[in-house]
Design a binder for this molecule. Structure first.
Ligand code: NAD
Length: 256
């Protein structure tokens, strides 16, 4: 199944790797022009290269989701090149691994800034541009860990859990506020996905697979394309009466 994104422009944060890159590639293949916004300019350039090699259209912009000036500059560059922005995917996210007692204020601030303040800042800077084109859609990246606490490496990551726990309610609040601008806002909650976010050895180790097999109804690690498919649907007109929801894409993790 594919969705029609012809003539749409999608601004995707953190699309220089992982889930963001896969989403960029999928939306481009479905007709959208992509703004690949990332702190990692080499990763962003590689995503653009992959899209163009497949016949798609994309541009790379340097953007730190914690820095309003870089967000505004990236938005302006996108508008200059494409003339409009229809979709925003607030995908950029980070985690650091610490027990509560080892978690510094600096790591708390960094993780909460990127994962929770970032989507606020980017949405604040881009929503007028989306509204100016007649409205559109936003998808935020949450996680199953917004709802349950998964202890990786023996620790909970209280800063990550707290930052991502804010995403479903930020999504609802934005959906209500931006509804009058004809902008739908939803979030996707991935289960464990094979990217560089956490080491692949860590999530495919015997211990991790044993842990996951007790929770996953569909017993495999997820792929970035699993998440890209859900994001494409939520952005598309096929989801035109869906706003304010969290869609788990997690192999059934949250059902047990
Ligand atoms: N991989 C998983 O298992 C998993 C599970 C649940 C949720 N998620 C969420 O999905 C999203 C994407 O994760 P991923 O696995 O693709 O991660 P990833 O590490 O593979 O890619 C993240 C990208 O975000 C970029 N980035 C980081 N900080 C940034 C900043 N301040 N400004 C702009 N870009 C920045 C990085 O350069 C990188 O290109 C994250 O929000 C993550 O929390 C991932």
């Amino acid at each position: 199944m594919s969705f029609n994104h012809t003539d749409k422009v999608a601004f995707i944060t953190g699309s220089g790797a992982g889930i963001g890159r896969s989403t960029a590639q999928r939306l481009a293949a479905e007709g959208a022009s992509i703004v690949v916004a990332d702190l990692d300019v080499d990763g962003a350039a590689e995503t653009v290269r992959l899209i163009e090699a497949d016949g798609g259209t994309a541009m790379a912009v340097a953007c730190n989701v914690c820095d309003r000036a870089t967000i505004a500059a990236a938005r302006d560059a996108a508008l200059e090149r494409f003339g409009r922005i229809d979709y925003l995917v607030n995908n950029a996210g980070i985690v650091t691994m610490h027990s509560l007692d080892e978690l510094s204020e600096e790591d708390w601030d960094r993780v909460v800034d990127v994962n929770l303040k970032g989507p606020f800042l980017v949405t604040q800077e881009l929503n007028e541009a989306i509204a100016a084109g007649g409205g559109g859609a936003i998808v935020n990246l949450s996680t199953v860990e917004a709802s349950v606490v998964v202890s990786s490496q023996g620790f909970c990551q209280v800063h990550y859990n707290a930052s991502k726990g804010g995403i479903p309610n930020l999504t609802k609040a934005l959906a209500v506020e931006l509804g009058r601008k004809k902008i739908r806002v939803n979030c996707v909650a991935p289960g464990p996905i094979a990217t560089d976010f956490v080491s692949i050895d860590e999530i495919t180790s015997d211990e991790a697979m044993d842990f996951m097999s007790q929770r996953l109804v569909i017993p495999r690690v997820g792929q970035p394309a699993d998440i890209a498919a859900a994001i494409s649907f939520l952005l598309s007109d096929e989801a035109s009466w869906i706003t304010g929801v969290q869609l788990p894409v997690d192999g059934g993790w949250l059902t047990r």
